[in-house]
Design a binder for this molecule. Sequence first.
Ligand code: CO
Length: 134
Amino acid sequence: MAKIKKINHIAIAVKDVEESLKFWRDAMGLQVDHIEDVPSQKSEVVFIPVGDSEVELVKPTSPDTGVAKFIEERGGGMHHLCFEVDNIDEMLNQLKEKGVRLINEIALELPGRKMAFVHPKSTNGVLVELYEVL
Ligand code: CO
């Protein structure tokens, strides 16, 4: 059985990075590690470490993404929860065997990591991301 190691990050969809940082950085006192343009996700991501995990502020750079639609519908907010696992392929098989609906049946390979999303229909309404750090 695949093992969940930790919560890797919590992603929050935002319209305006500077506006969001007034809360996360200025009021909460968290520090931004870096801001990254992620073309594969058509978004800009602000990485804010919190202990062993991170808060990621995700700002879409194109209107045709899931995150952009999410912001349009709900004005932003918590978008997904990401669990880091020791073996993502094993985890995906395990979930499939249990009848869990997956958005990505096969993990996507990105630099330094493999990832997949689990459908919120199977998770009590929470979009769950799985990560394996390579
Ligand atoms: Co994520």
